[in-house]
Unconditional design. Structure first.
Length: 321
Protein backbone atom coordinates (compact mmCIF):
# COMPACT_ATOMS: atom_id res chain seq x y z
CA UNK A 1 0.00 0.00 0.00
CA UNK A 2 1.50 3.31 -1.06
CA UNK A 3 1.51 6.32 1.25
CA UNK A 4 -0.34 9.27 -0.28
CA UNK A 5 1.93 12.20 -1.05
CA UNK A 6 1.39 15.28 1.08
CA UNK A 7 -0.75 17.99 -0.39
CA UNK A 8 1.17 21.00 -1.72
CA UNK A 9 0.93 24.13 0.42
CA UNK A 10 -1.86 26.55 -0.33
CA UNK A 11 -0.97 30.06 0.83
CA UNK A 12 -3.10 33.10 1.53
CA UNK A 13 -1.95 36.63 2.34
CA UNK A 14 -3.47 38.68 5.19
CA UNK A 15 -2.75 42.43 5.12
CA UNK A 16 -3.55 45.12 7.68
CA UNK A 17 -4.01 48.44 5.85
CA UNK A 18 -4.64 52.02 6.85
CA UNK A 19 -4.57 54.89 4.34
CA UNK A 20 -1.41 53.77 2.53
CA UNK A 21 -2.69 53.29 -0.98
CA UNK A 22 0.60 53.88 -2.79
CA UNK A 23 2.34 51.37 -0.55
CA UNK A 24 -0.51 48.91 -1.05
CA UNK A 25 -0.16 49.17 -4.84
CA UNK A 26 3.57 48.45 -4.47
CA UNK A 27 2.83 45.45 -2.24
CA UNK A 28 0.30 43.99 -4.68
CA UNK A 29 2.86 44.23 -7.47
CA UNK A 30 5.41 42.24 -5.48
CA UNK A 31 2.86 39.63 -4.40
CA UNK A 32 1.83 39.14 -8.03
CA UNK A 33 5.46 38.23 -8.83
CA UNK A 34 5.69 35.55 -6.13
CA UNK A 35 7.21 32.26 -7.24
CA UNK A 36 4.68 30.55 -4.97
CA UNK A 37 1.15 31.62 -5.96
CA UNK A 38 -1.25 33.01 -3.38
CA UNK A 39 -3.93 30.63 -4.49
CA UNK A 40 -5.56 30.86 -1.08
CA UNK A 41 -6.37 34.51 -1.80
CA UNK A 42 -5.17 37.94 -0.72
CA UNK A 43 -7.22 39.60 2.02
CA UNK A 44 -6.92 43.26 2.95
CA UNK A 45 -8.51 44.39 6.21
CA UNK A 46 -8.88 48.15 5.70
CA UNK A 47 -8.93 50.05 8.99
CA UNK A 48 -11.18 53.15 8.84
CA UNK A 49 -12.05 51.94 5.38
CA UNK A 50 -11.90 54.28 2.40
CA UNK A 51 -13.31 54.01 -1.10
CA UNK A 52 -9.86 54.89 -2.45
CA UNK A 53 -8.39 51.76 -0.85
CA UNK A 54 -11.32 49.71 -2.15
CA UNK A 55 -10.50 50.92 -5.67
CA UNK A 56 -6.82 50.00 -5.22
CA UNK A 57 -7.82 46.48 -4.17
CA UNK A 58 -10.20 46.13 -7.12
CA UNK A 59 -7.45 47.16 -9.57
CA UNK A 60 -4.77 44.88 -8.10
CA UNK A 61 -2.84 42.59 -10.49
CA UNK A 62 -4.06 39.52 -8.55
CA UNK A 63 -7.40 38.71 -6.91
CA UNK A 64 -7.84 40.69 -3.69
CA UNK A 65 -10.69 40.60 -1.17
CA UNK A 66 -11.30 43.99 0.46
CA UNK A 67 -12.53 43.77 4.05
CA UNK A 68 -13.73 47.21 5.17
CA UNK A 69 -13.51 48.00 8.87
CA UNK A 70 -15.38 51.04 10.19
CA UNK A 71 -12.73 52.16 12.70
CA UNK A 72 -8.96 51.98 13.11
CA UNK A 73 -8.57 49.67 16.09
CA UNK A 74 -4.98 48.83 15.35
CA UNK A 75 -3.24 46.17 13.27
CA UNK A 76 -4.11 43.28 15.60
CA UNK A 77 -7.83 43.54 14.93
CA UNK A 78 -7.22 43.99 11.19
CA UNK A 79 -4.90 40.98 10.95
CA UNK A 80 -7.44 38.87 12.84
CA UNK A 81 -10.16 39.84 10.36
CA UNK A 82 -7.95 39.08 7.33
CA UNK A 83 -6.65 35.79 8.76
CA UNK A 84 -10.18 34.68 9.69
CA UNK A 85 -11.36 35.33 6.13
CA UNK A 86 -8.38 33.42 4.72
CA UNK A 87 -8.84 30.40 6.98
CA UNK A 88 -12.54 30.15 6.11
CA UNK A 89 -11.21 28.13 3.15
CA UNK A 90 -10.27 24.81 4.75
CA UNK A 91 -7.74 24.09 2.02
CA UNK A 92 -5.50 27.01 3.06
CA UNK A 93 -2.39 25.63 4.79
CA UNK A 94 -0.37 28.82 5.42
CA UNK A 95 -0.97 32.53 5.80
CA UNK A 96 1.58 35.24 5.01
CA UNK A 97 0.79 38.06 7.45
CA UNK A 98 1.88 41.47 6.17
CA UNK A 99 2.03 45.15 6.94
CA UNK A 100 0.95 47.34 4.04
CA UNK A 101 4.40 48.98 3.76
CA UNK A 102 6.66 45.97 3.15
CA UNK A 103 8.17 44.93 -0.18
CA UNK A 104 8.70 41.15 -0.20
CA UNK A 105 10.75 39.86 -3.16
CA UNK A 106 9.16 37.21 -5.32
CA UNK A 107 10.97 34.32 -3.63
CA UNK A 108 9.99 35.32 -0.07
CA UNK A 109 7.13 32.85 0.41
CA UNK A 110 9.17 29.99 -1.09
CA UNK A 111 12.17 30.70 1.15
CA UNK A 112 10.02 30.93 4.27
CA UNK A 113 8.21 27.69 3.41
CA UNK A 114 11.55 25.97 2.97
CA UNK A 115 12.88 27.34 6.27
CA UNK A 116 9.74 26.32 8.14
CA UNK A 117 9.84 22.71 6.97
CA UNK A 118 7.48 20.32 8.71
CA UNK A 119 8.40 21.12 12.31
CA UNK A 120 7.96 24.88 12.80
CA UNK A 121 4.67 26.79 12.63
CA UNK A 122 6.17 30.23 11.90
CA UNK A 123 8.95 31.60 9.72
CA UNK A 124 10.35 35.13 9.58
CA UNK A 125 12.69 36.98 7.21
CA UNK A 126 15.12 39.74 8.03
CA UNK A 127 13.72 43.25 7.63
CA UNK A 128 15.82 46.06 6.16
CA UNK A 129 15.36 49.72 5.28
CA UNK A 130 15.92 51.73 2.10
CA UNK A 131 19.70 51.72 2.68
CA UNK A 132 19.82 47.96 3.29
CA UNK A 133 20.45 48.48 6.99
CA UNK A 134 18.79 46.02 9.31
CA UNK A 135 15.45 47.49 10.33
CA UNK A 136 14.45 44.64 12.61
CA UNK A 137 15.46 41.07 13.20
CA UNK A 138 14.02 38.12 15.08
CA UNK A 139 15.39 37.39 18.53
CA UNK A 140 17.43 34.17 18.20
CA UNK A 141 17.04 31.51 20.86
CA UNK A 142 20.80 30.97 20.78
CA UNK A 143 22.68 33.43 23.04
CA UNK A 144 25.66 33.26 20.67
CA UNK A 145 23.47 34.26 17.72
CA UNK A 146 21.96 37.09 19.80
CA UNK A 147 25.43 38.51 20.28
CA UNK A 148 26.35 37.96 16.63
CA UNK A 149 23.25 39.65 15.22
CA UNK A 150 23.80 42.71 17.40
CA UNK A 151 27.29 43.20 16.02
CA UNK A 152 26.12 43.65 12.44
CA UNK A 153 24.25 46.51 10.84
CA UNK A 154 23.74 45.74 7.16
CA UNK A 155 21.86 43.00 5.40
CA UNK A 156 25.02 41.61 3.80
CA UNK A 157 26.87 41.51 7.13
CA UNK A 158 23.97 39.67 8.74
CA UNK A 159 23.85 37.06 5.99
CA UNK A 160 27.58 36.45 6.34
CA UNK A 161 27.32 36.12 10.11
CA UNK A 162 24.26 33.84 10.20
CA UNK A 163 24.45 31.84 7.00
CA UNK A 164 21.39 30.68 5.02
CA UNK A 165 20.13 27.97 7.39
CA UNK A 166 17.05 28.47 9.59
CA UNK A 167 17.51 29.41 13.25
CA UNK A 168 14.93 29.13 16.06
CA UNK A 169 13.61 32.45 17.35
CA UNK A 170 12.01 33.63 20.60
CA UNK A 171 9.94 36.35 18.91
CA UNK A 172 9.91 38.31 15.69
CA UNK A 173 8.62 41.61 14.36
CA UNK A 174 5.49 40.81 12.38
CA UNK A 175 5.72 43.09 9.35
CA UNK A 176 6.15 39.95 7.23
CA UNK A 177 5.61 36.52 8.79
CA UNK A 178 4.59 33.16 7.39
CA UNK A 179 2.39 31.08 9.70
CA UNK A 180 1.14 27.54 9.31
CA UNK A 181 -2.58 27.11 9.80
CA UNK A 182 -2.05 25.39 13.15
CA UNK A 183 -0.40 28.54 14.54
CA UNK A 184 -3.81 30.19 14.81
CA UNK A 185 -5.09 27.36 16.98
CA UNK A 186 -3.24 29.19 19.79
CA UNK A 187 -5.62 32.12 19.28
CA UNK A 188 -5.27 35.27 17.21
CA UNK A 189 -3.47 38.56 17.67
CA UNK A 190 -4.15 40.44 20.88
CA UNK A 191 -6.48 43.36 20.15
CA UNK A 192 -5.81 45.26 23.39
CA UNK A 193 -2.31 46.46 22.43
CA UNK A 194 -3.59 49.35 20.24
CA UNK A 195 -0.40 49.28 18.17
CA UNK A 196 3.13 47.89 18.35
CA UNK A 197 3.76 44.69 20.26
CA UNK A 198 0.83 42.48 19.31
CA UNK A 199 3.00 40.93 16.61
CA UNK A 200 5.76 40.19 19.14
CA UNK A 201 3.29 38.62 21.56
CA UNK A 202 1.74 36.38 18.92
CA UNK A 203 5.08 35.27 17.46
CA UNK A 204 6.51 34.39 20.90
CA UNK A 205 3.33 32.49 21.77
CA UNK A 206 3.58 30.44 18.58
CA UNK A 207 7.35 29.95 18.85
CA UNK A 208 7.17 28.74 22.45
CA UNK A 209 4.43 26.20 21.74
CA UNK A 210 4.82 25.16 18.10
CA UNK A 211 8.23 26.44 17.03
CA UNK A 212 9.36 29.43 14.99
CA UNK A 213 12.40 29.95 12.78
CA UNK A 214 14.02 32.74 10.80
CA UNK A 215 16.44 32.71 7.91
CA UNK A 216 18.82 35.32 6.57
CA UNK A 217 18.23 33.99 3.06
CA UNK A 218 14.84 35.75 3.12
CA UNK A 219 15.03 39.52 3.43
CA UNK A 220 12.16 41.98 3.04
CA UNK A 221 12.28 45.76 2.71
CA UNK A 222 10.17 47.65 5.23
CA UNK A 223 9.56 51.07 3.71
CA UNK A 224 6.97 53.16 5.57
CA UNK A 225 6.05 56.45 3.93
CA UNK A 226 7.69 59.65 5.18
CA UNK A 227 5.98 61.17 8.18
CA UNK A 228 3.20 63.55 7.32
CA UNK A 229 3.84 67.19 8.29
CA UNK A 230 2.08 68.79 11.22
CA UNK A 231 1.36 66.16 13.84
CA UNK A 232 4.07 63.64 12.88
CA UNK A 233 5.94 64.32 16.13
CA UNK A 234 2.84 63.59 18.17
CA UNK A 235 2.17 60.34 16.30
CA UNK A 236 5.75 59.16 16.76
CA UNK A 237 5.66 59.97 20.46
CA UNK A 238 2.34 58.21 21.00
CA UNK A 239 3.53 55.14 19.11
CA UNK A 240 6.70 55.02 21.19
CA UNK A 241 4.70 55.29 24.41
CA UNK A 242 2.42 52.49 23.26
CA UNK A 243 5.47 50.37 22.53
CA UNK A 244 6.93 51.05 25.97
CA UNK A 245 3.70 50.09 27.72
CA UNK A 246 3.28 46.93 25.65
CA UNK A 247 6.91 45.85 26.11
CA UNK A 248 6.58 46.43 29.84
CA UNK A 249 3.45 44.31 29.86
CA UNK A 250 5.09 41.50 27.88
CA UNK A 251 8.23 41.49 30.02
CA UNK A 252 6.33 40.97 33.27
CA UNK A 253 3.01 39.38 32.33
CA UNK A 254 3.61 37.14 29.32
CA UNK A 255 4.53 33.55 30.22
CA UNK A 256 7.03 33.65 27.35
CA UNK A 257 8.41 37.18 27.70
CA UNK A 258 10.59 37.35 30.81
CA UNK A 259 13.76 37.55 28.69
CA UNK A 260 12.50 40.90 27.37
CA UNK A 261 13.13 42.58 30.72
CA UNK A 262 16.75 43.12 29.75
CA UNK A 263 15.66 45.22 26.76
CA UNK A 264 13.39 47.61 28.67
CA UNK A 265 16.11 49.99 29.98
CA UNK A 266 17.49 50.58 26.49
CA UNK A 267 14.05 51.33 25.04
CA UNK A 268 13.17 53.73 27.85
CA UNK A 269 16.55 55.44 27.46
CA UNK A 270 15.98 55.82 23.73
CA UNK A 271 12.56 57.36 24.30
CA UNK A 272 13.95 59.91 26.76
CA UNK A 273 16.91 60.85 24.55
CA UNK A 274 15.12 60.89 21.20
CA UNK A 275 11.48 61.73 21.86
CA UNK A 276 10.86 63.61 25.09
CA UNK A 277 13.59 64.48 27.62
CA UNK A 278 11.37 67.07 29.38
CA UNK A 279 10.08 66.31 32.90
CA UNK A 280 6.61 65.71 31.51
CA UNK A 281 8.08 63.16 29.10
CA UNK A 282 9.77 61.36 31.98
CA UNK A 283 6.44 61.17 33.76
CA UNK A 284 4.77 59.79 30.63
CA UNK A 285 7.46 57.12 30.29
CA UNK A 286 7.06 56.17 33.96
CA UNK A 287 3.29 55.85 33.47
CA UNK A 288 3.81 53.35 30.65
CA UNK A 289 5.96 51.20 32.92
CA UNK A 290 3.51 51.56 35.81
CA UNK A 291 0.52 50.52 33.75
CA UNK A 292 2.29 47.86 31.67
CA UNK A 293 4.61 46.17 34.16
CA UNK A 294 2.98 46.82 37.52
CA UNK A 295 -0.72 46.91 36.65
CA UNK A 296 -0.60 44.43 33.75
CA UNK A 297 -2.38 46.62 31.21
CA UNK A 298 -1.41 46.86 27.52
CA UNK A 299 -1.63 50.18 25.66
CA UNK A 300 -5.11 49.43 24.32
CA UNK A 301 -6.49 49.45 27.86
CA UNK A 302 -8.24 52.57 29.13
CA UNK A 303 -5.02 53.56 30.93
CA UNK A 304 -3.25 53.82 27.57
CA UNK A 305 -6.13 55.81 26.08
CA UNK A 306 -5.95 58.30 28.94
CA UNK A 307 -2.19 58.64 28.50
CA UNK A 308 -2.57 59.30 24.78
CA UNK A 309 -5.19 61.96 25.44
CA UNK A 310 -2.92 63.61 28.01
CA UNK A 311 0.06 63.69 25.65
CA UNK A 312 -2.08 65.06 22.83
CA UNK A 313 -3.37 67.89 25.02
CA UNK A 314 0.13 68.73 26.21
CA UNK A 315 1.64 68.76 22.73
CA UNK A 316 -1.20 70.86 21.34
CA UNK A 317 -0.75 73.31 24.20
CA UNK A 318 2.98 73.55 23.50
CA UNK A 319 2.51 74.28 19.78
CA UNK A 320 3.67 77.81 18.83
CA UNK A 321 0.96 80.22 17.81
Amino acid sequence: MTTPSPKPPRIAAAIAAFRRDEELIRLFTTLASSTVPFDGGVFVADNAASEETAAVCAAAPLPVTWLPRPANNGPGAAWNAAVSAALADNSVTHVLVLDDDVVPPGDTAALLLQAMGDSAAAAAPLLFDEKERLWAFPEPKSPALRRAIRRVHSLSECRTALGPEPHPFCWATGACMLYARRAFETGGFREDFWMLGEDLEFSMRVASTLGGVFTASAAVAHLPPPGMPGNASMRNRLKFLALLQNLSYLAFHSPHGSHMRGYLPGNFKRYILVEDPAPAGLRDAWRTFWHGALRGRPAGHASGVHLRERVQRRMQRDQPE
